[in-house]
Design a protein around this ligand. Sequence first.
Ligand SMILES: Nc1ncnc2c1ncn2[C@@H]1O[C@H](COP(=O)(O)OP(=O)(O)OP(=O)(O)O)[C@@H](O)[C@H]1O
Length: 215
Amino acid sequence: MTVGASDHALQLRGVWLRLGHEVILRGVDLDIPHGEGVTLLGENGAGKTTLLRLLASSLRPTRGEGRVMGFDLRDSRSVRDFVHLMPVDAGLYPDLTCTENLDFALRMHGHSAEVAGALRRVGLSQAAGRRARFLSAGMRKRLALARALLLGRPVTLVDEPFANLDAPGRSLALEVLGELRAQGVTLVVAAHEPALSQQVAPRTLTLASGQLAGA
Ligand SMILES: Nc1ncnc2c1ncn2[C@@H]1O[C@H](COP(=O)(O)OP(=O)(O)OP(=O)(O)O)[C@@H](O)[C@H]1O
């Protein structure tokens, strides 16, 4: 692949991905410059989550190549130092409290930050000591947003940030994602709410039949 190591945060060349018997991605090319915000659209089952997992080095291409912050997509250890994936189900440890979930994420990345302030920011101060398994879906989403903000990874991939959120929660999600962009974070947002997502991630790509349009 003739790619410069530092020109783009994310690059894919001719990526195919098969899961089981199903071919999910069919020759996907992608170039996302540092700091860009991209909205990823596509029908249910189009492969958005799969593409995010591939970019986070959680799935390997069946064929083709990719680079994340200049590192080969297959070099999971290096890629994961730069990338945070906020999964659709929030990806929390159910038996840890809100505070413990954030503390743990920070420790994993060798960061320190003010957890209480982040919980306050997302309206979860009262729930700080509650285990994640006892949070509502919207509260889990809020906690995941707090974690994404605290980590501030150079590449942040967000799966369905607006799902399960009430109107103030959706505004909060926009604020948090906007703040990450303002910090120079490269943001990819998979969403079914293009008008919301495009406010913070204006470039729009659409996955259909395993191919990416607008790339
Ligand atoms: N582990 C797996 N094994 C086999 N097939 C899978 C696996 N994970 C996902 N798939 C299939 O891959 C396809 C794409 O799924 P994916 O979750 O990426 O879609 P999506 O665009 O995120 O959908 P949605 O909008 O519903 O969240 C679906 O057909 C799904 O059934």
